[in-house]
Design a protein. Structure first.
Length: 369
């Protein structure tokens, strides 16, 4: 298979972790005879430094011409003085709009080897398998009007949370279709006791659920969901929610895996799919070689699964990550309480790439038998 992948390393630890994700993808291509073409472009603060824009036109055009986009992270404090539409984070929102992906998939799977890295008790953290489906192009992040104005001598800030039935329907169908392939349960999260947008959300999701009678649906207010995700995470299969709630809840459940650096994501539904680790740019540890690349590598596995349809190759990467963790290798963020050997960002990427080759050989040998 030939696949054109645009890589946007971005800011902070973004270049470090995407380098390791690309390393693993190159290993997969070498093993299976695929032709993955990588093309790197600036985005975020890195793009502001070179062009003055957080998302240059050339970067947008390259992304729209690609089969998939692999993003590191954007954001750096040195640009906090700029107006919002000129900051690195604005470039990320513009990228999401340009690509058109409206459903952000964030899997949360606990690794047995990292059960003690979680602040939760082992019996709570073990065997958790949740897929958060976050609506990505609506809500407070994109609603208009927004801004800061002067009113009677005081500054007033305002944002608009807005959703249409069509926006809710399309992301709800993604969640129910995912649930059919999993444990057939969707938990829709809203704040329908307070917000009109959530009332429309709940009504619409309930109606869409009738198209999927084999899937169980329940509803939770976002505050209750935040509590249950920590106190009883195994009750969840697919969690469906709007943009802001999904952003917050998916970061919260990183405690189950032991680190935000473990989490991957895929943004689908648009012209080109976008893949990125959930963690931010983490400028405080950038350049120190201690960032966890496993979220970026797992995002690369999602790219192979969703965009390329290479399920076996994606499974090889996931198995390789598990194998490396079982062998006791840890980056700084997941070393707490788990023992083992602490390795650098580059070393972790190399270990996973090596493990991918071994996993692929074992699978080929099994099928040969």
């Amino acid at each position: 298979m030939q696949l054109r992948i645009v890589v946007l390393p971005g800011d902070g630890i973004g270049p470090e972790v995407t380098e390791q994700a690309v390393r693993v993808l190159r290993e997969v291509a070498n093993i299976h005879g695929h032709n993955f073409l990588f093309e790197e472009h600036p985005a975020g603060g890195a793009a502001i430094k070179t062009s003055g824009s957080p998302l240059p036109r050339a970067t947008i055009d390259a992304c729209l011409s690609a089969d998939a986009v692999l993003l590191g992270a954007v954001g750096t404090p040195e640009f906090d003085h700029l107006p919002f539409d000129k900051r690195p984070e604005a470039g990320l929102l513009q990228l999401r709009q340009a690509l058109g992906g409206f459903a952000n998939l964030r899997p949360v799977s606990s690794y047995r080897a990292l059960a003690d890295a979680s602040p939760l008790r082992r019996e709570l953290a073990e065997s958790v398998d949740i897929l958060i489906v976050r609506e990505l192009l609506g809500g407070l992040y994109f609603g208009e009007p927004r801004g800061i104005a002067s009113q009677n001598g005081n500054s007033v800030a305002f944002n608009t949370m807005r959703y249409s039935v069509a926006e809710i329907e399309r992301v709800a169908r993604i969640a129910f279709e995912a649930a059919i392939k999993r444990r057939r349960k969707v938990t829709s999260v809203d704040k329908a006791n307070v917000l009109e947008t959530s009332q429309l959300w709940r009504q619409t999701v309930t109606r869409v659920a009738a198209e999927f009678p084999q899937v169980e649906l329940d509803h939770l207010y976002v505050d209750a969901a935040a509590m249950h995700l920590i106190t009883n995470p195994k009750r969840f299969d697919v969690v469906l929610t709007e943009n802001l709630f999904g952003d917050i809840l998916s970061d919260e459940v990183s405690v189950i895996t032991g680190s935000l650096g473990m989490l991957a994501s895929a943004t689908i539904g648009g012209a080109v799919d976008l893949y990125e680790p959930v963690h931010g740019s983490a400028p405080d540890i950038a350049g120190r070689g201690i960032a966890n690349p496993l979220g970026a590598i797992a995002s690369a596995a999602m790219l192979l699964s969703y965009t390329a349809g290479l399920a076996d190759e994606a499974a090889d990467i996931e198995a390789a990550i598990s194998e490396v963790l079982e062998a006791g290798y840890r980056t700084f963020d997941i070393a707490r309480g788990t023992g083992g050997q602490t390795v650098s960002t580059c070393e972790m990427g190399s270990l996973v790439a090596e493990a991918v080759a071994g996993v692929a050989d074992m699978r080929h040998a099994y099928h040969a038998v």
